[in-house]
Design a protein around this ligand. Structure first.
Ligand code: ZN
Length: 352
């Protein structure tokens, strides 16, 4: 069973100790673990799922003067797993057991029934913890370590029963909580399009910057030039790291966050000015000049080169005239306007 963990960056954790200079809780090798503790949220039912869950716990634990969430992981009723202390740091969840024990909170309270998804996710964490520790960890409830109601009678009975997961397989999803749909609209910033379906090198550049800053969890492939839901999810994680919430963190760029990500605001390359029309006398029988070559190459590039047996080249030929005439007729022009001799209008359109 794979374990998909929503990183602190993805759910928008505040810096450890609410201080960007903080090193956070003590580092601790996962190989020192001997026990696995299950917790619940307390007396009240928890009806929310999603990022609100770890954020609420973080706010509470920061207010207690802790470095951040004291649990190593938090599981919501949808089966999403949020990183708290994670695999490599000391916990703050059960006095006397914070070095030996991994602490996981299942976000239910009181007599609330935990969902199968939540239980399966917790069980998957247990299996992964045993694998990383290199030993079978003792299965415990908080009340096994200290006098407390936690993790409530229902979860405690589940722990005592051996933490059965009943065959449920948690979704191996992306970084967003299951059930949330990435925003699918586009914005134009400085002449370039961003958001679902946008296309171009500037999209690749955003994706690469997100990966470089550690927000690449959502990418299964790429990043590439086509803006996908993965780009939206990665960008949303980045927005949350800036403290944005709600619609401001929907994964569609705004000018401020984009400039901050790239240290600059990309713009559309200015269109190359069309070369000035050199005059009608450059395109007539007997003419031989570089503008004829330029004209011919443009015709070929636009798909109007079928009359060329060779070339195009600098000498004006009937093939040039026929190709120009095809191009002019394709503009809807007739008569003298489609005689195959280019004037300023033909030239301007060809080089537009
Ligand atoms: Zn507890």
């Amino acid at each position: 069973m794979s374990v998909k963990i929503i990183s602190r960056a993805a759910w928008g954790a505040k810096p450890w100790d609410n201080d960007p200079r903080s090193d956070g809780p003590a580092q601790l090798a996962v190989t020192r673990l001997t026990e696995f503790f299950v917790h619940y949220d307390g007396a009240h039912h928890i009806n929310a799922t999603g990022y609100a869950i770890p954020r609420a716990i973080e706010a509470q634990h920061l207010a207690q003067g802790w470095a951040g969430i004291g649990y190593h992981f938090v599981v919501d009723q949808a089966g999403n797993i949020y990183e708290g202390r994670g695999w490599g740091r000391q916990g703050a969840h059960c006095p006397g057991h914070n070095v030996s024990g991994l602490g996981v909170q299942i976000a239910v309270g009181g007599d609330q029934e935990p969902s199968e998804a939540a239980l399966a996710a917790c069980r998957a964490l247990y299996d992964e913890a045993c694998r990383r520790a290199g030993r079978t960890l003792a299965k415990k409830g908080h009340r096994d370590g200290i006098a407390t109601q936690c993790p409530g009678d229902i979860l405690y009975a589940w722990v005592r029963a051996g933490m059965p997961a009943k065959g449920y397989t948690p979704p191996a999803g992306g970084a967003a909580p299951s059930g949330s749909t990435p925003a699918r609209y586009r914005v134009t910033i400085n002449g370039l399009s961003y958001g679902y379906g946008a296309h171009g090198d500037h999209v690749t550049r955003v994706g690469e910057a997100l990966v470089a800053k550690g927000f690449g969890d959502a990418y299964k492939v790429g990043p590439g030039p086509k803006w996908t839901d993965a780009d939206t999810e990665a960008y949303a994680a980045y927005q949350r790291s800036l403290g944005y919430t709600g619609a401001d963190a929907d994964g569609v760029p705004g000018q401020t966050s984009l400039r901050r990500l790239l240290s600059t605001l990309p713009g559309k390359a200015p269109a190359k000015a069309a070369p000035a029309f050199p005059g009608r006398d450059k395109f007539r029988p007997g003419a031989n000049n570089r503008y004829v070559t330029m004209l011919g190459e443009r015709l070929v590039a636009k798909g109007y080169g079928k009359h060329y047996r060779s070339g195009p080249g600098p000498r004006w030929t009937e093939a040039d005239r026929k190709n120009v005439a095809d191009y002019q007729r394709a503009q809807g022009w007739t008569g003298a306007n489609a005689d195959g001799y280019p004037g300023p209008q033909t030239w301007a359109r060809l080089f537009a």
